[in-house]
Design a protein around this ligand. Structure first.
Ligand SMILES: [Zn+2]
Ligand SMILES: [Zn+2]
Length: 172
C-alpha cells in the first residue's frame, strides 16, 4: 500500500491490512516473519511541516530470529503501537544534523510518498531486541566442538577457572 503525498494532502489515509510472511524482505538472513502481520492505523501529513508524513498505528506479528548464542530459531512476538515520521529527502532538511536524538524514528522518502511495507519493515527492525536469544540462560554453542549445549553438555574443558569443573576433576 502506497501513501501518495497528493492523496494525503486531501485527507489522511486509514489502513487495516494483513501482510503474509514472505511479502516483506527484512534484509536480515537471521530474521523471518513467522505469522501474518496485521497493521492498523493511518498515514497523514504533519501540520506545519512541509511534506512530512506521519504513519502510526498498531502492528501485531510473530517474528522468528536465530538465537545469537545457539543459532536455533526463536519466536519474537511484536504487539505494539508505532509512530514513524518521514520527510522528503529533497527538501533541504535531509541533513543529518537536523535530526536530534528525540527524532530517532525519522526517515526519508525519495519518491512521492511512503510505502507501507517499508514502514512496517523499519518498525519491526526497530522493535527487535539488541540481543536476540532464545532464552535468558541459553548456553550457546561450544566454541570447540560445535555442540549445542542446551541439548547436551559436550564435556569439553570450557574454562580452567570454572570451579565446578575443577571440583569434579579433583574427585577423580
Ligand atoms: Zn539460544
Ligand atoms: Zn564442546
Amino acid at each position: 500500500m502506497f501513501f501518495h503525498i497528493r492523496e494525503l494532502e486531501v485527507r489522511p489515509k486509514l489502513f487495516d491490512t494483513t501482510i503474509a510472511p514472505g511479502a516483506i524482505d527484512y534484509q536480515d538472513a537471521k530474521l523471518r516473519q513467522q505469522s501474518p502481520l496485521r497493521a492498523v492505523g493511518e498515514a497523514k501529513l504533519v501540520m506545519g511541516a512541509l511534506g512530512e508524513i506521519r504513519v502510526s498505528g498498531h502492528i501485531t506479528v510473530t517474528m522468528e530470529a536465530d538465537c545469537d548464542r545457539c543459532l536455533e530459531p526463536a519466536p519474537v512476538p511484536i504487539d505494539e503501537e508505532f509512530s514513524l515520521f518521514y520527510r522528503p529527502v529533497t527538501d533541504g532538511f535531509g541533513d543529518e544534523k537536523e535530526i536530534d536524538s528525540g527524532e530517532a524514528e525519522m526517515g526519508f522518502y525519495e519518491d512521492d510518498g511512503v510505502e507501507l511495507n517499508d514502514v512496517v519493515r523499519e518498525f519491526v527492525l526497530l522493535s527487535m531486541p539488541m540481543q536476540r536469544v532464545c532464552r535468558e540462560d541459553c548456553k550457546g554453542i561450544c566454541p570447540k566442538c560445535g555442540q549445542n549445549r542446551n541439548l547436551k553438555e559436550c564435556g569439553c574443558a570450557q574454562a580452567q577457572n570454572d570451579h565446578r569443573w575443577a571440583a569434579l576433576k579433583s574427585l577423580k
